[in-house]
Structures are given as structure tokens and as C-alpha cells.
Design a protein around this ligand. Sequence first.
Ligand SMILES: C[S@@+](CC[C@H](N)C(=O)[O-])C[C@H]1O[C@@H](n2cnc3c(N)ncnc32)[C@H](O)[C@@H]1O
Length: 165
Amino acid sequence: MIVLVATVIGTIWVRVPFVPTSKKTSKVMLDAADLKGDETVFDLGAGDGRLLIRAKRAYPRIKAIGYEIVPVVWFLGFIRALFSRTGVQMKFGNAFKADVSDADCIFLYLITSLMPILKEKFDRELKPGTRVISHTFSFKDVKPVRTIDVPGLLGGRSKVYVYEW
Ligand SMILES: C[S@@+](CC[C@H](N)C(=O)[O-])C[C@H]1O[C@@H](n2cnc3c(N)ncnc32)[C@H](O)[C@@H]1O
């Protein structure tokens, strides 16, 4: 009960619910990321780490780092990452305070209101050419190099935005 209450309070506080990316959309995001060699990959708001675990299974040499701020969700991700034996690093904390200057690729699935704050951070910190792959939410005034439609259940669809910073 305490765990449930803590998760609900944490989620309301960060304003972004924990909704994992589906397997199908993960595949689209991973294909779009075009990961190579020992690149460094972040998931800012990593949830239970499943996207990074999939990434690491497909590209074992990458360095995969996830940030998650809701304690129970982070712990779930930490345990999943541990049992996956992939070497995914699940860090507990605010993704907006993470140093992403060494990122080659960043995955996002957050919310519209947080995108402008992230844009400022990325403008300050990212190396030129860093790929940013965002599920559903786009950056205003940044042109994606590609937008991919992903058909979903019951005729629904989601979008994946691919940016190069
Ligand atoms: C929609 S879920 C996406 C999870 C995962 N990235 C995926 O695609 O499966 C967004 C997650 O971001 C987390 N989150 C929101 N704001 C955050 C912040 N400032 N720092 C770290 N995590 C955050 C939420 O707690 C939630 O678990």
C-alpha cells in the first residue's frame, strides 16, 4: 500500500506517468537511433529500463544509462537491469540534472511541457550530431530529420521524432 501511494504521489509530482514504450515502438526507436560501436546512450525518464535493456541486447557494446526519478519505478528498473545482465546502468535522480555531454544518442518519452526545458539543456550540453529520439512528444522550433508513424492497437498510432542536434 505504501509503495502504491508513494508511486502515485511521485508520478503526480513529476507530472509524467510511467507508461512503458511498447516492443513495436521500441524497435522503431532503436532502428531510428542507428547505434554503432561503443556509443553512449541515455534514456531520460527511463521507467523500468526496458527500452535500454532492449537496446543493450541488440547492441551489446553500447554504454546505456537511464535516469528515473520515481523511487519505486527506478527500483523496478534497477532490478530488471540487474537480472537482465546487460550492464544497463539505472541511475536514481532527476534526468534534467544529468550530464549528457558525452551522449551519442538520447531516448525520450516524457511530456509536452518538459520539452522546452530539455531543449535548452540540449543546446547547452549536447555534442553536434547527437541523435535524440522522442516518442510522441516533439520539440517546438526544432525540425526533426524524420518523423515515423507507428501503427498501434485499435487503429491508433504514435509518432517517433528523430532529431540530430
Ligand atoms: C512515459 S515513461 C517512459 C519510460 C521509458 N522511457 C520507456 O520509454 O519505456 C516516463 C518516465 O519518466 C520519468 N520521469 C519524469 N520526469 C523525470 C525526471 N525529471 N527525471 C527522471 N525521470 C523522470 C517518469 O517517472 C516515468 O517513469
